[in-house]
Design a binder for this molecule. Structure first.
Ligand code: UTP
Length: 307
């Protein structure tokens, strides 16, 4: 049985769709309610059995790198005040030094280029790739579902969802030649095809389990869509040699790299929190307006959930 121990987190993108916020705050540090996007990815990885975390970062993203360190003074302060829930939340952000690798991508030359930089850190074993701006709300973490599915197949496994045909040019799309439950057999992949030439509507989203042969293909391929080195193209090149499958995960995916997706995710995660639900439910609209007009009173009204 293959144990997926390592995950690569490409976080070197520019995040231009969130400028000017991303001028000084890495996109992955933007908070969904109170946790930055990167924390959702770390939690999902841990719950899926990941033990080693490899980040492909970029110059200037120190806020992201600092996030993984311990904040000793703050911890002592919370401990002294008996704020145990908050203290645990703080500790969850830490990644031990021997489990953490941070690499730098000098220039954003594409997702494929970012993943290629992890070659030495990954070594010769299958590994996960997680894009933190794809947030997946699911009962069983999406990566954990994929780790289980990977026991049934080898090669490359990519998370997929079915999209309307007019949206295929936003995604990597599978060339499907078979289906078994949630698993799709793919004879190839195409990056951002026009709807009229897209081979299917099965779109790749930001979770992958890849065989180490991907690094050889990443060395060989040329820049593709957008002039960037595309991970999809490398997987496609490998589909001649090893199996490639899609996995239709159970869960709700939010593209938090876009403003619409980020707002939708915020509303969905707020629904999960009793202290926020009344603010966003249509039936309590007047109450939410009330809360907004009296912002200074919000803590008293909704209580401190972490006390
Ligand atoms: P995006 O396509 O969302 O690009 O990257 P971006 O630069 O982050 O955002 P926009 O389009 O300018 O708003 C998808 C994922 O791939 C990573 C990003 O950090 C993100 O997690 N990525 C992309 C890299 O690490 N390096 C790259 O060269 C490109």
């Amino acid at each position: 049985m293959t144990h997926i121990r390592k995950a690569v987190f490409p976080v070197a993108g520019l995040g231009t769709r969130f400028l000017p916020a991303t001028k000084s705050i890495p996109k992955e540090m933007l908070p969904l309610i109170d946790r930055p996007l990167i924390q959702y990815a770390i939690d999902e990885a841990r719950e899926s059995g990941i033990e080693e975390f490899i980040f492909i970062s970029a110059t200037g993203k120190t806020a992201l790198e600092d996030y993984f360190c311990s904040a000793r003074m703050l911890e002592q302060d919370l401990e002294a005040r008996g704020k145990t829930t908050l203290l645990q939340r703080l500790k969850d952000t830490q990644i031990d030094d021997d489990a953490l690798t941070i690499l730098r991508q000098d220039r954003p030359l594409g997702l494929g280029h970012a993943v290629r930089l992890a070659k030495r850190a990954v070594g010769d074993e299958p590994f996960a790739v997680m894009l933190p701006d794809d947030v997946i709300r699911a009962d069983q973490p999406a990566l954990s579902q994929m780790v289980e599915a990977y026991r049934l197949c080898e090669g490359h496994l990519v998370a997929t969802m079915t999209v309307p045909r007019e949206q295929t040019s936003n995604y990597g799309i599978l060339d499907v030649n078979g289906q078994l439950g949630r698993l799709t057999n793919a004879q190839g992949l195409v990056e951002k095809p026009r709807p009229d030439i897209a081979p299917s509507c099965e779109a790749v989203v930001g979770r992958y389990i890849l065989a180490p042969s991907i690094f050889d293909r990443l060395d060989e391929i040329r820049p593709g869509a957008g002039g960037e080195l595309q991970l999809t193209d490398a997987i496609n090149a490998d589909s001649q040699k090893i199996p490639v499958h899609g996995y239709r995960f159970a869960g709700q995916r939010f593209d938090c790299g876009s403003q619409v997706g980020f707002v939708a995710a915020t509303l969905a995660y707020a629904q999960d929190r009793p202290e926020l639900r009344s603010v966003i439910n249509p039936g309590t609209r007047d109450r939410s307006r009330d809360l907004c007009q009296n912002a200074s009173q919000i803590p008293n009204r909704i209580g401190d959930p972490y006390r």
